[in-house]
Design a protein around this ligand. Structure first.
Ligand code: ADP
Length: 585
């Protein structure tokens, strides 16, 4: 892998370029140095040889010069020339002396003719190549002024330079191979580290934040690895808090009383909580990516969602769902901007209870107005009759005033019952519950209805073993309850009828107080409604006995506030039985 990597090629190329530049410069410097060193070495060698040969030449004769020149040239391995004081070449080891021109003007010869050693490097006419010359003055046959000149071709110098270059080439080859090896190792190490960093960064991009990257040496790559590690840590933290946040939201949405449904642009369910599934009669959890049509088929709801998808405007609507019979919902639907397109979210509020309460409130207002209208109209009518002259009608004026009084008393009853009811309903705080002795409350309640019972010829008894016990109740509340129940039992009775208060204990320990009578009884179809406000089985009879239709409503509320329950059984013509259950004290 390292060999093919661009980094390896770049590193290698740089190293080779450096080597080449170094080699070229070295070559330049070394060849110059070698050339000058070789020249001076050659010159000094020639000078030494010349000094030796000059010593020998002093013993020669002019006639023997030619022969000596040749042998001397062989020994000294160079060209040897002998020149007379006039510059005429007397002998030459490599050329025909006779054919050679006068050499007095040659720089080295001219110098030697002046008695000094002469040196020069130049091209030789007679040999046709560059030579290094050294000439020294020589004495032959006791006469000075002769010149002995030695010369070697410069190609020996070139051989030396070539040798230097060969070594340089060898060294460059070794350096190149070394550079190749180092570049390979270096790039392999770097490539491996970079590959690790790359892999890690790719995993981060694919949202895989696990693991850390070994940072390695503290160079740029190490710093990069460290910052990637801290990025991964931060991403892990962010993901964790997002996960927590979304889990929290899911839990809130799942546990909401309101139904929540989210769909995408294709009306596919992306979220549905339990309350929604329950409202549409679907099984929970809803399978993922379920088309909403398979979840529910209510056209008005589907149309609402489709409209949101098209318009992007939030909407509210009241509707009823086929699966939730008798329930009414208010749907709050809003657009949901998703990556794939516009989706929608719908929140389903069950407003059945609210609607019922609204209805009850409306009915209540209508009932109150209706109840008030009759006595008020009567009072107004009789008052006007009196004012219009009946006041002087001694036969009737008293009767009329009696009627006005009776209606005023009724108005008073209605208003005090309403007041009692509204107090019980509006006082949200539970009345202080205490241990109440049953006997005391029952005796007090019986005393309150005794007069009325006597008038109607109804006997009131109480029996039961629990009467000496206590219950956890509000003394005022419990007395109100018992008085109302006893009052009804007496009122809706016949002369000679009986009323019983029975006390007992249930299996679970709660105390039972029963108010039973053998009076007129309640038709079974009216039984479920008698605890409603203003509900009366026989309005005329109820009015005649001074009833307002609010008594049982007050009873039910008061008992519930004391954590109790009340039930009723009745048979028309045979009597009724109201059972109150209260926690024992
Ligand atoms: P009211 O002021 O008319 O007594 P209640 O709320 O106390 O109003 O009772 C509602 C209706 O239930 C009465 O009008 C009556 O028709 C019926 N009812 C209540 N108690 C008895 C009972 N013991 N026997 C027969 N009917 C009863």
């Amino acid at each position: 892998m390292a060999l093919g990597s661009p980094m390896f090629r770049k590193l290698l190329l740089t190293a080779l370029l450096l080597i080449m530049v170094t080699v070229v410069m070295l070559d330049l410097l070394l060849s110059r140095y070698t050339v000058s060193r070789e020249r001076s070495r050659t010159q000094s060698h020639l000078a030494t040889e010349a000094a030796i040969l000059a010593g020998e030449a002093e013993a020669l004769t002019v006639g023997g010069l030619a022969a000596w020149t040749r042998t001397a040239a062989q020994r000294a391995e160079c060209r040897v020339t002998f020149i007379d004081p006039g510059g005429v070449v007397l002998a030459d080891s490599e050329a025909d002396a006779a054919a050679m021109d006068n050499h007095a003007d040659r720089p080295e010869v001219a110098e030697a003719l002046k008695g000094r050693r002469g040196e020069s490097i130049r091209r030789s006419e007679s040999v046709g190549r560059e030579l290094v010359y050294v000439a020294v003055p020589v004495t032959v046959e006791g006469r000075g002024g002769y010149v002995l000149r030695l010369a070697v071709p410069l190609h020996q110098v070139n051989t030396a330079v070539a040798e230097v270059r060969r070594r340089l080439a060898e060294a460059s080859l070794v350096a190149g191979l070394l550079a190749l090896g180092i570049a390979y190792l270096w790039s392999r190490m770097l490539t491996n580290r970079i590959a690790r960093v790359k892999d890690f960064a790719e995993r981060l991009a694919q949202a895989q934040f696990a693991g850390t990257l070994p940072p390695g040496p503290d160079d740029e790559l190490g710093q990069l690895a460290r910052s990637l590690n801290s990025t991964a840590q931060q991403l892990r933290d962010v993901m964790e808090s997002l996960r927590l946040e979304s889990a929290r939201r899911e839990a809130i949405l799942a546990g909401m009383v309101e139904g929540v449904l989210a769909v995408d642009h294709e009306l596919t369910v992306t979220f549905c909580n339990q309350a929604f599934a329950r409202a549409v009669g679907a099984r929970y959890p809803v399978p993922e990516r379920l088309p909403v049509l398979e979840l529910m088929r209510d056209p008005s709801f589907l149309e609402l969602l489709s409209r949101i998808l098209v318009s992007g405007e939030p909407r509210q609507q009241r509707l009823q769902l086929a699966a939730a019979e008798g329930h009414s919902f208010r749907v709050q639907a809003s657009p949901l901007d998703l990556k794939s397109g516009r989706g929608a979210i719908a929140i389903l509020h069950d407003v059945t209870d609210l609607e019922r309460l609204e209805r009850v409130r409306r009915d209540f207002v209508a009932n109150v107005s209706h109840e008030l209208r009759t006595p008020l109209a009567a009072i107004q009518g009789y008052a006007e009759t009196l004012l219009n002259g009946a006041l002087e009608d001694s036969d009737n004026n008293r009767k009329f005033l009696e009627i006005i009084k009776a209606h005023a008393v009724r108005l008073n009853q209605i208003s005090s019952d309403l007041l009692a009811l509204s107090q019980i309903e509006s006082d949200l705080s539970v009345p202080p519950l205490e241990r109440v002795r049953l006997r005391e409350v029952i005796d007090a309640a019986v005393r309150s209805v005794e007069a009325e019972a006597g008038l109607r010829g109804v006997a009131v008894h109480h029996r039961g073993e629990a009467v000496d016990g206590t219950v956890l109740a509000s003394i005022v509340g419990l007395e109100q309850v018992l008085v109302n129940l006893l009052d009804n039992a007496v009122k809706f009775n016949r002369p000679g009828g009986e009323v019983w208060i029975e006390t007992g204990t249930e299996e679970d320990g709660t105390t039972r107080i029963v108010v039973a009578d053998n009076g007129i009884g309640i038709p079974s179809e009216d039984l479920p409604r008698i605890f409603e406000r203003f509900y009366r089985v026989d309005k005329a009879r109820s009015r005649a006995v001074g009833g307002t239709g609010l008594g049982l409503s007050i009873v039910k509320h008061a008992i519930e506030r004391m954590n109790g329950r009340i039930t009723v059984e009745s048979q028309l013509g045979r009597g009724s039985r109201f059972t109150v259950l209260l926690p024992a004290g």
